[in-house]
Design a protein around this ligand. Structure first.
Ligand SMILES: Cc1cc2nc3c(=O)[nH]c(=O)nc-3n(C[C@H](O)[C@H](O)[C@H](O)COP(=O)(O)OP(=O)(O)OC[C@H]3O[C@@H](n4cnc5c(N)ncnc54)[C@H](O)[C@@H]3O)c2cc1C
Length: 459
């Protein structure tokens, strides 16, 4: 058995998509996966429009899936706001088992070698130590998920260079203070002010970086289960509660997936579901189509993505949260970027491309996690978004990479702002400005969308 050009560790969506993209670029690719098919995983199973397009470009189309037209948020008061994807763009709900089968079939079809049941245990001396012995290749891709083994190698190298940087900073520090003592007094005072301003700015920046890269406390987890029923909506529905969110994704004409993201522990699927009486009512009596599966803690620190001939893709390259349902789309896009980088003989260029790709989605996730820790504010913001569907639509499009942040609809922003200010002062119960959804004071109020027949598919 000769050495392939590339060994990909992990046959999850990121690993298989990367293997397919590399193979389509003419490389010999081997995938090592510690489990044996069928491979399942806790996931919301909604793929955003750009992820669907990338999947198609790889020649992958799952046998069973469900086209998704947009995203709908349901507040704790039962109010709802819906954003349709722009015309010509559809998302896809697809069970992990179906997605994995389609990816694996495509990979095998085009000549990717997959070694099932082969666990990678370490990376030493430029080779992988695996349960099937040592394996070598010219390049290695870590697509081994949240608890990646190859990430240890990539990060370990970063720690060494980190201490190098620290050493250099200390040298630089002594150089900085020395000339100050020899300068004339006026110059010294000006310099001191400039210096302290610079220092304050640097400290502020460091604090911001720490804050934005801070692990959410308490940590977040996910659970999912499937139910046999015809989907009641062509949207991914997100039900919001102050300690938990429920994501309902149609995955076939006869099945829906329900994923719960939460931070309370211990937690049971049924216990968490009781936070969403409307959803609980809908699911009552339905036959489960899968067992409950969990995953977490979700947050894994961002890392550098490339070290020498090793690159990380998908969750292995860092993961913040499933709150925006972008993980699969990012993984497929990174697969494409890595294959493109290798094609152009610019392997390390992938690091920057991946960093750019993740910048906006990660900023949105961080903002949502900050809000998640402030339930009252979030509840008010969601109510305001109900009053301003155009703003909600813009935020969803931005999250999917289909709109730029600066194209924000000013009217929508204004409507949401006015609503937010009004909702701060009693009495409440003002009619929603554009009638997108009704505003109620209590959980017993009937949301207009539902009253006008949102139970069935909308045109
Ligand atoms: C509750 C929940 C809901 C989510 N909802 C959505 C959603 O709606 N939409 C969306 O796009 N994303 C969602 N995500 C995120 C999405 O599931 C992940 O981003 C995606 O699975 C990442 O794929 P991956 O291939 O990087 O990792 P994984 O799917 O974890 O695959 C990694 C693979 O590597 C293998 N492996 C690990 N270690 C080794 C080793 N040492 N040797 C060999 N093989 C190894 C594993 O067995 C596994 O098969 C959700 C996640 C959670 C937890």
């Amino acid at each position: 058995m000769g050495s392939p050009d590339v060994i990909v560790v992990g046959a999850g969506p990121a690993g298989l998509a990367t293997a397919i993209a590399l193979r389509l670029g003419g490389r010999d690719v081997r995938v090592l996966e510690k489990r044996k098919p069928p491979l399942d995983k806790a996931c919301g199973e909604g793929i955003m429009p750009l992820g669907v397009a990338r999947l198609k470009s790889l020649g992958v189309m799952p046998e069973e899936s469900f086209s998704l037209e947009g995203i709908r948020y349901v507040t704790a008061l039962g109010e709802r706001v819906t954003a349709r994807f722009p015309s010509g763009h559809l998302g896809l709900g697809v069970r992990r088992l179906a997605l994995h089968a389609a990816l694996a079939a495509r990979a095998i079809e085009i000549g990717v070698e997959i070694q099932w049941g082969t666990e990678v245990k370490g990376f030493t001396g430029g080779a992988l130590a695996t349960s099937a012995g040592q394996q070598r290749a010219a390049w290695y891709v870590g697509a081994d998920g949240l608890h990646s083994t190859l990430k240890d190698y990539v990060v370990g190298g970063a720690e060494v260079s980190g201490s190098d940087r620290k050493g250099r900073a200390q040298e630089g520090g002594s150089r900085q203070t020395f000339p100050l003592q020899t300068l004339p007094p006026k110059e010294t005072a000006r310099r001191r002010i400039a210096d302290s301003l610079r220092q304050t700015a640097a400290q502020g920046l460091t604090a911001c970086v720490r804050l934005t890269n801070a692990k959410p406390r308490p940590e977040r987890y996910g659970l999912r289960q499937h139910f046999l029923t015809a989907p009641w909506s062509p949207y991914i529905e997100v039900y919001w509660h102050e300690s938990c969110e429920a994501y309902v994704t149609p995955v076939s004409p006869g099945c829906i997936g329900v994923a719960l993201l939460f931070s309370e522990r211990p937690a049971s699927f049924a216990g968490l579901l009781s936070h969403f009486p409307e959803l609980e009512r809908r699911l009552r009596g339905l036959a489960p189509a899968s067992e409950v599966r969990g995953s977490g803690p979700l947050w894994q620190p961002r890392t550098r993505r490339v070290r020498h001939n090793v690159a990380l893709v998908g969750d292995a390259a860092g993961y913040l949260d499933a709150i925006t349902g972008e993980g699969l789309s990012l993984a497929f896009e990174e697969a494409h970027l890595l294959a493109e980088a290798l094609q152009q003989d610019a392997w390390s260029g992938y690091a920057l491309a991946s960093q750019r790709l993740r910048r906006q989605p990660e900023a949105i996730i961080r903002a949502l996690l900050v809000l998640q820790a402030r339930p009252r504010l979030t509840a008010r913001l969601l109510e305001s978004l109900c009053a301003s569907p155009s703003l909600f639509t813009h935020l969803v499009e931005m999250n999917c990479g289909l709109a730029e942040p600066w194209c924000v609809p000013l009217r929508g922003l204004l409507q949401a702002g006015v609503h937010l200010v009004r909702s701060a002062s009693p009495p409440r119960g003002v009619a929603a400005p554009d009638g997108a959804c009704s505003k109620g004071d209590s959980a017993s109020s009937v949301p207009r969308e539902r009253a006008s027949g949102a139970d069935a598919f909308e045109p």
